[in-house]
Ligand binder design. Sequence first.
Ligand code: GLP
Length: 242
Amino acid sequence: MEVVITETAAKAGALGADAITELVARQPNAVLGLATGSSPLAVYDELGQRVRAGTLSLAATQAFMLDEYVGLPADHPERYRNVIEREFVGRVDIDSARVHGPDGRAADLAAAAADYEDQIAAAGGVDLQILGIGTDGHIAFNEPGSSLASRTRVKTLTHQTRADNARFFGGDIEAVPQHCLTQGIGTIMNARHIMLLASGRGKAEAVHQLVEGPISAMWPGTILQMHQHVTVLIDTAAASRL
Ligand code: GLP
């Protein structure tokens, strides 16, 4: 695990964009893994600037989202599909049809989860997975206690995560869905390179556990210690407990 501490989240974002730029230069049809949340925004912003400057094209890449809320209306602004359209597709030059996500509106969620695993495998797996981390150590929506070998499935969100994400739902925790479809920890671990971003003091404990804690399902991010190629990009506040 490589840990890079930067002064600001924007600098971490630029380093993240460098890794993607280098990957795409080698492999224009690379498969990217996309995270939602505020942590990857600096990367998406930097990628957008490079695409607009003509120094990068993501047109031949494909992308797979990590997770999705269950049951939000198709046009809900916080449905992760819509968030990714706004924050990623809208900034770069990838066609929306090349961006895939789990179907949180499927009648049969278990079948949708299995189908999503098949889609990732058919694309040859994820080359570079962008990840954030929850204050409780969750990755994607794999909450504490998740099996470290899990695959894409339905999960129940913890009170902590719903409280953290209420800011996206007008501050109303009751408006935050109770369930989600999420790539499993085993699914995420199959990515060939994992790049985790975190910023701010609120992430300091999760980052401390991730880098220095014992591997435990109670801090799901700690499994990344077992991965052969992980880059952790954090600002000084998120690094304050290392
Ligand atoms: C959400 C997402 C995660 C994300 C985490 C942290 O619950 N499902 O993929 O990493 O929260 O979010 P943020 O980056 O906004 O702190």
